[in-house]
Design a protein around this ligand. Structure first.
Ligand code: SF4
Ligand code: SF4
Length: 103
């Protein structure tokens, strides 16, 4: 079970790296514009983001307030075509490392 979760996390991270730069920032919530089906009316990520951080503008969803994102992953979970992946910012990774290191 754990290895499946780790494998999925690795895959989504690789995806996010591949999508980076395609109108996307270097870190954060990365949306694949090629596979997003917002043009067909999907607004799942916008409706389900608990922080109300994603907005539909210029024909596509965009994370407007990335600094307020807490990387809960809900937007990626509710995205049917799996067009969302994320790259955790350094401060979150470092906080995770601190917690994981033995005392
Ligand atoms: S990871 Fe969570 S808080 Fe961040 S944009 Fe997605 S749903 Fe919103
Ligand atoms: S949930 Fe996925 S497909 Fe739907 S608008 Fe958001 S990114 Fe696009």
């Amino acid at each position: 079970m754990v290895s499946k979760i780790v494998r999925e996390a690795e895959n989504q991270y690789k995806q996010a790296l591949a999508w980076r730069g395609k109108e996307n920032p270097d870190y954060g919530v990365i949306i694949n514009r090629d596979t997003c089906i917002a043009r067909l009316g999907c607004r799942n990520c916008i409706e389900f983001c608990p922080g109300d951080l994603i907005y539909y503008e210029n024909g596509r969803p965009d994370v407007k307030f990335l600094d307020e994102c807490w990387y809960c992953g809900i937007c990626a979970q509710v995205c049917g075509p799996r067009a969302i992946a994320y790259i955790f910012p350094d401060e979150i990774l470092k906080a995770g490392e601190k917690k994981a290191s033995p005392k």
